[in-house]
Design a protein around this ligand. Structure first.
Ligand code: GUN
Length: 292
């Protein structure tokens, strides 16, 4: 059976270190500040945003949450971002996606000062990650967390390893591929138009699934001994638990995969907790840079 890569434990370890450094920095008069912005009332987004604000407080940060109405005009959001950009108490700004349709997400993201873009979505940070300068950039939190899990399992040099990333999103798939490439892996990005995905997936020593399709990756897609990172968080019906009940599953059919893989991240309790931990790490790094 595969080793379970415990995201909850690694996230707790990471946030513990962040909180420790934040205390040191606070004693020098700089309290890391994170502003989280939510527009509208999407229930999943409310949960994510609440968790981010709460974790920031637990790390000893100055944590502010801006909840805006669903019909907020784009210029109002841009004005808020301009104020946060200029606020020396704020080191990180996160605008939760998706945004309501009257707002252009790209215009909003590009309005965030790159040095406060702790999500790593601004072109400046995207470009640095893509050109192999991730050390100077903010790396998007989900791939950063996934990468930390891979490093813990396999070390930081992935020379000779084949990595297959299923999913080509800007938030996960593309930056994930850049990070794996920078660590010397041989990387393939697969997506919905890829031919014979099972055969390609079976070539992977490191398989990252980030497609948002419940249990799409089957046990026989996995190379024996591979490291499997499941980024998916999908809520599905669970009638076996009772009328109207649901449960969370990943993009990987876990019960099948754990019989084949060498190591695997569970859902929940895998990559999810790491995402928030890396947001805390990015905010702390931003405060450290501001401190000089
Ligand atoms: N929505 C889903 N994932 C993310 C994320 O990592 N950051 C933001 N801002 N919104 C998201």
């Amino acid at each position: 059976m595969a080793r379970i890569i415990d995201g909850k434990a690694l996230a707790a370890e990471t946030t513990g270190k962040v909180a420790h450094h934040a205390r040191d920095l606070s004693e020098k008069g700089i309290v890391p500040g994170l502003a989280v912005v939510l527009v509208g009332e999407d229930p999943a987004s409310q949960v994510y945003v609440g968790a981010k604000s709460k974790r920031a407080k637990e790390c000893g940060f100055h944590s502010v949450q801006h909840d805006l109405a669903a019909d907020t005009p784009e210029n109002e959001l841009l004005e808020l971002i301009a104020r946060l950009n200029a606020d020396p108490a704020i080191h990180g700004i996160l605008v939760q996606l998706p945004l309501p349709e009257q707002i252009d997400p790209d215009r909003v993201i590009q309005a965030i000062a790159p040095k406060k873009d702790v999500d790593g979505f601004h072109y400046m940070n995207v470009g640095m990650v893509a050109t192999g300068s991730a050390g100077r950039a903010f790396v998007p939190c989900t791939p950063a967390g996934a990468m930390l899990m891979i490093e813990r399992e396999l070390g930081s040099d992935l020379s000779g390893k084949n990595a297959v990333v299923i999913g080509r999103s800007n938030i996960v798939g593309k930056p994930m591929a850049s990070l794996l490439l920078a660590a010397n892996a041989t990387v393939t990005i697969a997506h919905s138009r890829t031919g014979d995905l099972p055969t390609l997936a079976r070539s992977a020593d490191i398989l990252v699934a980030a497609v948002g399709r419940p249990e799409m990756v089957r046990g026989d897609w996995i190379k024996p001994g591979a490291t499997v990172i499941d980024v998916g968080i999908n809520r599905i019906d669970a009638p076996e638990r009772g009328e109207g009940k649901t449960r969370l599953v990943g993009d990987v059919a876990y019960a099948e995969a754990e019989r084949v893989a060498g190591a695997i991240t569970p859902v929940p309790g895998g990559v999810g907790p790491m995402t928030i931990a890396m947001l805390m790490a990015n905010t702390l790094a931003s405060a450290c840079r501001a401190a000089g």
